[in-house]
Ligand binder design. Sequence first.
Ligand code: ADP
Length: 451
Amino acid sequence: MISKVLIANRGEIALRVLRACKELGIATVAVHSTADADAMHVRLADESVCIGPPPSRDSYLNIHQIVAACEITGADAVHPGYGFLSENAKFADILDAHGITFIGPTADHIRIMGDKITAKKTALELGIPVVPGSDGEVREDDALEVARQIGFPVLIKATAGGGGRGMKVAHNEEELSEAVSTARSEALAAFGNDAVYMEKYLAKPRHIEIQVVGDGEGNAIHLGERDCSLQRRHQKVWEEANSPALNREQRMAIGKICADAMKKLKYRGAGTVEFLYENGEFYFIEMNTRLQVEHPITEAITGIDLVHEQIRVASGGGLSVTQDDIVFSGHAIECRINAEDPRTFVPSPGTITHFHAPGGLGVRVDSGAYQGYRIPPYYDSLIGKLIVHGRTRVECMMRLRRVLDEFVIDGIKTTLPLFQDLINNQDIANGDYDIHWLENYLAETTPPKAQ
Ligand code: ADP
């Protein structure tokens, strides 16, 4: 059994995990950098340990400090949240060697899914449909032959990829060699690994992902899908569950394929199988072996607490539900509130002078922000998530409009005004959008910057 969890993260997700631990009667340890000493996750934890100076590599990514903090406090498990060390197989191995439970999958599964070529091969073997592409790595000398086989346009992607970096489109033979070399150098700069592969570039897909949870013993379930097509620079901005594009039959069919795959893999913990969806077909792009930022919309429509399930399976207690217990109810939308200019997306750190979170039926705000909070400039600009649930998509949108009017964050710029625009847009109302919709919309509606 797990009795004390160290939360190796910060911000809203540290708070999210802390809340689940409290509900389960598990003691909590927060870790923080010197920049986060007054953060909400530190204030609400039973104990806290300062693990270093502001830069992430010296604090939230510092494995030695985190293991030392476990030993000092007697924490017997670590929840990594998302980002930082959540998909670091070496971290999972080191915790294991110290007899500390990693609340997540096995290090081997993290490794398999962390390398995109291995992940795609594994997905194929497990019966998951994948995007047509190269068998493995491509190089300058074989890129043309591979691209001709796949057919233009093609996308060059980094095998170590993440966050949309190291990705380049080539529309024709002329653009190919430059796309390969740019993708390579971006990948080297971002991940220290310049290996790239090639995929068919899908013109107007939606991004649809399936939430799975496994017990590590061969039982696994799916919790339906999330539609995360509204993206900017491959970063998700607004997410919905269910997808406006799928019916129940399609949902259950793709969900079953993913759950069956996780059973075969004996996957442990929460995970997300990500697909592009076009003309009724699903194409696997990657699997994330962790909790996702957008997990609360799945919780809203299923009533299942995903962090509770993660902790249960990590301590060998199995899943609390079977597939037949899962009932999908209503519709949920998440808006990511970033401390950024709502049009240029330039970060806007600073002090929040006034903060008022909305409330009422079907409203959830996950945020570590409060009045007087100083947002440090060192980390991701996500300062909160607004999750709204309704019995239907129409009711959910009506509620979201009301809630956005109620939300006040002063002193810094946030992405709230963007959502106020989106909620009044006809395409959004119709659920009629693909992964390029938001960028096109921003290009059409943002006045060019004054020189
Ligand atoms: P990362 O790990 O860098 O986020 P992903 O493989 O998850 O990379 O892809 C991120 C986003 O890039 C997708 O949500 C989609 O918008 C776009 N994308 C990825 N692969 C393709 C493809 N083959 N065709 C078109 N768009 C793609």
